[in-house]
Structure formats: structure tokens, C-alpha cells
Design a protein around this ligand. Structure first.
Ligand code: 13P
Ligand code: ZN
Length: 271
């Protein structure tokens, strides 16, 4: 059996959480990541028959029975994952009842998975229906995106439109746009259901006055989606109070989308 501390998926979780922490997105225990792993790759490092603990999830994830995820722990700080992955991360498998997580590794101090597990697993279910290659769900509190939710209308169309207008390549990176939820209580099934509903349409979901969710086939793609929104939100916050002398017009956004041959949310432009 290989040493799990050398596993590429543990490395990726360490690198990504450290990166996000240093960007100032994940203060204290802010943010959480879940990453679906292949059984074969996990079996190189762990005995899959050795269940350390069984932890109820409080919701039904029948569609994910047998699926294995590496997930950040609740109350754990992204800045600490790098130095102590075994305490701050866990590897769970969804048990046959669909409502229990079998702990295969991690949460060494008796901890458990993120309080946002409902939003994560429900989003995995929604995205897998759209794209069987989806593997990562990422939640974080990027500063400018969050600031923008304080001053900008929270509608899918208007929020997406403003972000697309900020830099030419936004529409290329997320032609499917951004879903936006109003402020809600976090860490429960209701916000999980609402997030997953948006994930049926979007790979990005903003939580008003809280943060953002991204979904993708790997860590780079998911992180790239979120950092592109954050960059655009930063431009918006730097310029919102100034006269906008130059803007990318809707026919120009259309021209970019067409030049790249993209299926995009035409109904989000005013043409
Ligand atoms: P957890 O510490 O439970 O992951 O919660 C952090 C967070 O960002 C809640 O939305
Ligand atoms: Zn959060």
C-alpha cells in the first residue's frame, strides 16, 4: 500500500486550499472543497474495507452510493490543510443507505466533513447529470465577488451580464453564466437544494452576501471559473463608482461568443 500523504489528490487539496487562503478568500474556516475520486486510485493508498467511522449526512444521496470523495473538514482552516491534511481533510464513501458517510481516512481529531456537505453532494448529483466528467465542487468567500453582492442586484441575468461586461474573456470562460441566490441561512439542506437547482443550469452559483460555488471536471477548471468571476468582480468594484466611458457592448459580447463557437446564454444579452 502506498503512503496516502504522497497521493496526488491529497497534494492537490493541499495546494488548492493554501492558494485560496493566500488569495484572502478563505478566512478562518471559510470555504470547503469536495473532490470525487476513482475507487481504483484510492485503493492504491487505503484498504477500502476498513471503515473508521460512520457519520450520518442528514440527507439522501442515493445517486452517489459507493462514490468516494475527499472533503475538507467542518470548522477547519484552509491555512492548516497543508501542514496537517489528516486532521483537516477526510475521505468518505457514501454508504448503501445513501444517507451515511463511511470515513475511510482523515478527520483525525474526531471531526467531520464540512457543514456544507448537502450543497456539495446535491451539486455533484446535479452536475453529474449534465456532465459525467464533473468531479469537483468548490465553495469560497472571494472578497470582490462578495463585495459585489452588497451593491449589485441579485438576479442571474443582471449579475452575469455585469460580470461578462467587465473583461472580454468572461463570456468565453463561462458562457453558461452565473446563477445567483439571495441571502439564505447556510449549512443546511435548504441551501443545498437551492444551490443544486441552480447547478442544473450553471457551473457557478453566487450566494448573496456569503460567497460562491464552482463546479468542474478538475481542480484547475473549477478554480479557474471562480478566479475569473473574482477578477471581473474586482474590476466592477474598482470602477462601479466612476463614469464608465468604455464598455463591452452586447453585440460585441455576442461577437466574442460566436468567434469562439460557444453555446451561450443568449437570453442574458439585451439584443
Ligand atoms: P465549514 O467549516 O463547515 O466548511 O463551513 C465553512 C463555510 O464556508 C460555510 O459556508
Ligand atoms: Zn461559506
Amino acid at each position: 500500500m502506498k503512503d496516502i500523504m504522497t497521493a496526488p489528490f491529497v497534494e492537490e487539496m493541499k495546494r488548492t486550499t493554501a492558494n485560496m487562503y493566500r488569495l484572502g478568500w478563505d478566512e478562518r474556516n471559510g470555504g470547503n472543497i469536495s473532490y470525487m475520486l476513482e475507487e481504483d486510485e484510492v485503493a492504491e493508498y487505503l484498504d477500502l474495507d476498513n471503515v473508521i467511522r460512520e457519520i450520518p449526512t442528514g440527507f439522501d444521496a442515493t445517486e452517489l452510493i459507493g462514490k468516494i470523495f475527499i472533503v475538507t473538514g467542518t470548522g477547519k482552516y484552509f491555512k492548516n490543510v497543508e501542514v496537517d491534511p489528516e486532521t483537516n481533510l477526510g475521505i468518505i464513501r457514501i454508504a448503501k443507505d445513501g444517507t451515511t458517510a463511511e470515513l475511510l481516512w482523515g478527520y483525525k481529531d474526531g471531526g467531520k466533513f464540512t457543514s456544507e456537505l448537502p450543497a456539495h453532494l446535491m451539486s455533484h448529483m446535479a452536475r453529474l447529470k449534465k456532465d459525467p466528467k464533473n468531479r469537483v465542487i468548490m465553495h469560497t468567500h472571494p472578497t470582490y465577488t462578495l463585495a459585489m453582492t452588497h451593491v449589485h442586484e441579485l438576479s442571474d441575468k443582471k449579475f452575469t451580464h455585469t460580470i461578462w461586461e467587465m473583461c472580454t474573456e468572461c463570456i468565453v470562460v463561462f458562457p453558461d453564466g452565473i446563477g445567483v441566490l439571495p441571502w439564505m441561512v447556510c449549512g443546511n439542506n435548504d441551501i443545498g437544494i437551492a444551490t443544486a437547482k441552480k447547478m442544473e443550469e450553471f457551473r457557478l452559483v453566487v450566494w448573496g452576501l456569503h460567497g460562491i460555488y464552482g463546479a468542474g471536471k478538475d481542480m484547475d477548471e473549477t478554480f479557474g471559473l471562480i478566479e475569473t468571476v473574482e477578477k471581473a468582480a474586482q474590476l466592477y468594484m474598482l470602477t462601479a463608482h466612476m463614469p464608465h466611458v468604455n464598455t463591452i457592448l452586447d453585440p460585441e459580447l455576442k461577437a466574442v461568443a460566436e468567434a469562439f463557437g460557444l453555446e451561450y446564454r443568449k437570453d442574458f444579452l439585451n439584443l
